[in-house]
Design a protein around this ligand. Structure first.
Ligand SMILES: Cc1cc2nc3c(=O)[nH]c(=O)nc-3n(C[C@H](O)[C@H](O)[C@H](O)COP(=O)(O)OP(=O)(O)OC[C@H]3O[C@@H](n4cnc5c(N)ncnc54)[C@H](O)[C@@H]3O)c2cc1C
Length: 543
């Protein structure tokens, strides 16, 4: 019997990230992926800035950027009749404006999924103690009648058929939209299924002359008898071609032979004899559905297994990576005996409602473009690729944060507007700081530990963090501004974090604010210990 603290089923981008994060928390896991290797075709390409922050905290952002398209090779969204013909409109996505980019120290990135997955895999394999086994499938599992026991089951080697029984404390199902674990658990999916159909074609052709002077992530083709999108992969000769609403045009999946695909691609380019080589064709249907719960006993759903959404807006992979960023530190805290099991309920409480909001907005993007009907020249709603509020504005309400008495931040449009706030539950805002002469961001301080940020007169908080920080979870404290540990060159930190010079903010390993004290306390160590005990659901004896 193979005994393992955490089994991760599925080695897509979400499972691979879960493995890496758990290893960074020192937790042993086994990832099984039924295919012999990582993805062979690009699906996702747009890695948003919040996910790049997660990758930066994992130490893989530079490698992801290196594997992706160089900066400056995007920047636009183009609508056109044909690539070689009349341009209808071009837009700069709202996400790329200077104001929006000031919300983060990182830039978004375009890295096709088949280039991204090998990078995460490489780092996950090197990190340890997590182990990855490809060509291995989770073929059955059980967690007892009351869903309280360990998860047991069988792993099957896809080449030899050899079966290995296992017992795991927790199972994270990152199995994608067709997750068998989710089905076996009887989890209900809420939302709209099969809203529209698409065909994704991967092809090779040199399109440089029609794109070089207007580098874009997406080139939408709008014709009476063809609606499609050229998806930039390397910006030169490797492209995706996404045919929208094929059924509306009378095409069935079996019609998409290489010859037919070539004809449609040429029609989209507007050059009837251009050399095109079709590399792959995959018809699929877009749904907008979310699991009604992300936790059943000791099994957690993450990524597409928990939420399936149209790709309009590029949120599927991003939301999944952020799911496991939320979950990994909680599992680590419980497995180390530092937190009560109930902490794990906060995963569902925090991520499920947000998954629903994201999925509804991905669907709203798609519908605004007329994806469900045979329409042409339908430009998307203004929120499309302008979803700054969805990218940075997630604000949780659960037992894993301690509310203060400040009101929820209000914005005109929660989809597009992001107002930085260190109110407990929200993402700890980016503020430019210095460490010695080195410029850093607050975001760079977060990682596989809790962080206490105290004002320039808050040394007592920092000392309290130091006194507590020797036991897991590691707790690192900094004073900011004045003669503190970190410089605040713009004098912004106190205002951005909503505290006085002697106040403090506690930030979780996933970069969300757990607790905040506007000012000092007479017994900071007791106050901080108490906050951590409440966050971890600990009885005093456990602490
Ligand atoms: C055309 C298109 C464009 C997209 N563009 C974007 C974008 O720009 N940005 C974005 O964020 N998202 C985008 N997406 C969505 C993105 O591709 C998915 O959200 C992402 O792949 C989900 O990752 P995942 O790891 O949850 O699941 P998957 O990538 O589906 O991986 C699941 C893995 O689990 C394995 N598996 C399943 N069951 C088992 C089992 N029992 N045992 C072992 N292994 C198992 C599968 O083989 C698979 O490798 C796009 C999707 C499409 C179709």
């Amino acid at each position: 019997m193979l005994e393992i603290p955490v089994l991760i089923s599925g080695g897509g981008p979400v499972g691979l990230t879960a493995s890496l994060l758990l290893s960074q928390h020192g937790i042993r896991s086994l990832l099984v992926e039924r295919h012999p290797g990582t993805a062979l075709t690009p699906k996702a390409r747009g890695i948003n800035a919040r996910t790049m922050e997660v990758f930066r905290q994992c130490g893989i952002d530079a490698a992801v950027r290196e594997a992706g398209l160089a900066e400056g090779r995007l920047g636009l969204i183009v609508w056109t009749e044909t690539l070689a013909g009349k341009e209808i409109e071009r837009r700069v996505p709202g996400r790329a404006t200077a104001k929006n980019m000031a919300a983060t120290p990182v830039r978004n990135c375009l890295c096709a999924q088949d280039d991204l997955e090998p990078v995460i895999r490489r780092f996950a394999e090197a990190a340890g103690p997590g182990e990855l086994r490809f060509n291995t499938e989770l073929t059955s599992f059980n967690q007892g009648p009351d869903a309280k026991g360990p998860v047991t089951g069988i792993l099957t080697d896809r080449t030899t058929g050899a079966e290995t029984p296992f017992e795991a404390r927790y199972l994270i199902a990152c199995e994608g939209a067709q997750s068998r674990v989710r089905r076996a658990l009887g989890v209900t999916m809420i939302g709209e299924e099969k809203v529209y159909d698409s065909v994704n074609i991967l092809f090779q052709a040199d399109l440089t002359q029609w794109v070089a002077d207007r580098p874009a992530a997406l080139y939408f083709v709008e014709q009476q008898d063809l609606r499609a999108t050229f998806l930039t992969i390397n910006g030169r000769d490797r492209w995706g071609f996404l045919i929208h609403s094929a059924k509306q045009f009378g095409w069935r999946p079996e019609d998409f032979t290489p010859e037919f695909c070539t004809r449609l691609i040429r029609q989209g380019i507007g050059v009837p004899d251009i050399a095109v080589s079709v590399l792959g064709v995959s018809p699929w249907e877009a749904s907008a559905i979310v699991a009604d719960r992300y936790r059943v006993g000791n099994v957690f759903l993450a990524g597409d297994a928990a939420h399936e959404m149209p790709p309009t807006g590029g949120f599927g992979l991003n939301t999944g990576v952020q799911d496991v960023h939320n979950l990994a530190w909680k599992i680590a805290a419980v497995l180390r005996g530092k937190a009560d099991e109930t902490l794990l309920d906060s995963y569902d409480a925090e991520r499920q409602p947000f998954g629903r909001i994201i999925t509804q907005n991905a669907l709203a993007n798609a519908l605004s473009m007329g994806r469900h009907a045979r329409q042409s020249n339908v430009l998307p709603r203004r929120e499309f690729l302008n979803e700054q509020g969805l990218i940075f504005g997630a604000s949780y309400d659960s037992m894993a944060m301690l509310p203060d008495d400040t009101p929820q931040v209000t914005v005109d449009d929660p989809v597009t507007d992001y107002v930085p706030s260190a109110r407990p539950g929200g993402r700890a805002p980016h503020v430019r700081l210095t460490r010695g002469h080195e410029p850093i961001s607050t975001v760079d301080l977060f990682g596989p530990h809790f962080v206490l940020l105290a004002g320039r007169d808050g040394d007592a908080w920092r000392q309290a963090a130091q006194a507590i920080g020797t036991s897991w979870p590691p707790l690192v404290g900094y004073t900011i501004g004045g003669d503190g540990d970190l410089g605040d060159p713009d004098g912004e930190w106190h205002h951005a974090y909503g505290v006085d010079a002697d106040g403090a903010v506690l930030v979780r390993p996933d970069g969300h604010v757990a607790w905040r004290s506007r000012s000092g306390a007479s017994n900071p160590e007791d106050v901080l210990r108490n906050a951590l005990d409440r966050l971890f659901g600990r009885m005093p004896a456990m602490a």
